[in-house]
Design a protein. Structure first.
Length: 463
């Protein structure tokens, strides 16, 4: 068993005698396995202390529990008793980060965090003799619970650690920086994704700029050049004594897309200019936002590793998007193209995805859309406003679900192009009635809309 924390280390961290080593952490008792340390966290709806026995039955070695919980039925030597299990998780994460000699990159932004993180990890792994020397946070683990879990289990021999940092309120990123302070920070975008929790885009930009404020000044900050808040972010980075500030995304920025040549329906040739050097590479991608993420990922990977830009860029030829994040699926039996971008949605990412769908010139273009959530008081406006993008890029059919998507549907020009249903299950059944051989179908919506169900139904019935 690879030891993440020895019993001696755990005894030191928590000032009590601990009798077992652990190899991994978990917070879900159903996912517990041999060697795990189960952390019993109290959530809004569920208290992890109710599942300590289940985690240990699933072969977890130990459990972190709070002292005031009555767990007399469980053997004492399997428990680490603390005042706060959340604080204990943060202790483990900070301990692990501080004992490591790795360089850290932290990524935040309204959209594009996970794709940029995954691209960075991929191009670095492809250029390191031992890919295990590169570490990146798991799945969408970017919260006050997710990031500490990832930081706590990062292997000791890692050279570069890449962490995604999410937020839902001011101060969230500052708390995460206390665990994993980066030497390089990246902001992918400032958009509408958090308007439910903030009063303005400027407040979002201010909260994202927390990523610059580490105790020891960072080496590099990378910011979007095509944002109204570019100058604001640059000024905030300078206030934090960051000397090297790079930008990406516009013709005058440090990392820019020069041209894109769509060679076929799932392959694009990209020419870019990064740090005044021309680089060329190919990608399996049809999403313009993904292409922009790629130049950002190359720049950030180069800054942290000093690996030549062209070598990093060439590694993108073998990159594949994570499931439900813009993945192109070809159903050869029906000659269908399914673009599975069902993981999440915001107005900016939705517009980019629709524009990318329009590249399929020889196919009928079908958009399957779920509500875009967490937009606050402007939620109706953003759905109505999206109709102009649907009209502009020649979408042939629109299938929409959710109460907000009605405003989009009602604002479309012309008649007969739209279908509306209450939820993703109903819209999937309506879609099956209309799909024809040769169609290209984009599925996208906010996480809570469960748009992946539409993908599952299509895969089951069409391939």
């Amino acid at each position: 068993m690879i030891v993440a924390f020895s019993q001696q280390e755990l005894s030191k961290i928590f000032s009590q005698e601990v009798f077992r080593d652990v190899s991994d952490l978990c917070v879900n008792s159903n996912e517990a396995k041999a060697g795990d340390l189960f952390v019993a966290l109290k959530g809004e709806k569920v208290d992890g202390h109710c599942f300590v026995a289940h985690a240990l039955e699933n072969d977890a070695e130990l459990a972190i529990v709070e002292k005031d919980k009555n767990l007399d039925e469980i053997c004492e030597d399997r428990l680490i008793k603390v005042e706060s299990s959340g604080a204990a998780l943060r202790q483990l994460a900070k301990y692990n980060i501080e004992r490591s000699k790795a360089k850290y990159v932290s990524i935040t932004g309204s959209v594009g965090k996970t794709t940029t993180r995954d691209m960075m990890r991929h191009v670095l792994e492809q250029n390191f003799e031992d890919p295990n020397l590169i570490y990146a946070s798991r799945k969408n683990f970017n919260s006050q619970i997710g990031l500490p879990i990832c930081a706590a289990v990062m292997p000791n021999n890692v050279k570069i650690g890449i962490f995604e940092m999410g937020m839902s309120s001011s101060g969230d990123i500052a708390k995460l920086l206390d665990i994993a302070p980066p030497s390089i920070s990246v902001i992918t975008s400032i958009g509408e994704a958090h308007l439910k929790f903030f009063n303005s885009h400027r407040e979002i930009a201010l909260a994202k700029a927390e990523i610059f404020a580490t105790k020891i000044p960072q080496e590099v900050a990378i910011i979007p050049a095509d944002s109204p808040y570019t100058d604001f972010l640059r000024a905030k980075a300078k206030e934090c004594d960051i000397r090297n500030i790079f930008s990406f995304g516009s013709p005058k920025s440090d990392a820019q897309v020069v041209s894109c040549d769509y060679m076929d329906e799932d392959n694009i040739s990209v020419a870019a200019k990064i740090l005044n050097e021309k680089v060329q590479y190919s990608m399996r991608c049809v999403n313009d936002a993904c292409v922009l993420n790629s130049v950002l990922a190359i720049l950030a990977a180069h800054v942290v590793s000093q690996i030549p830009l062209q070598k990093l860029a060439e590694a993108l030829a073998s990159f594949r998007s994570s499931p439900h994040r813009g993945e192109s699926i070809f159903m050869k039996n029906r000659d269908l193209v399914l673009i599975d971008d069902s993981y999440n949605a915001s107005p900016k990412s939705m517009r980019s995805a629709i524009q990318s769908l329009s590249k399929y010139k020889r196919r009928r273009k079908i958009l399957v859309l779920g509500d875009m959530l967490e937009l606050g008081d402007s939620e109706i406006y953003h759905h109505e406003n999206l109709s102009a993008t649907v009209d502009k890029f020649g979408i042939d059919l629109l299938f929409a679900c959710g109460p907000l998507s009605k405003f989009l549907l009602n604002n479309l020009s012309g008649n007969g192009r739209g279908r509306w249903c209450e939820n993703s299950s109903e819209i999937a059944e309506e879609l099956l009635k209309e799909v024809q051989d040769g169609d290209c179908i984009l599925v996208k919506g906010s996480r809570a809309m469960k748009m992946e169900h539409v993908v599952d139904v299509l895969m089951k019935n069409m391939d």
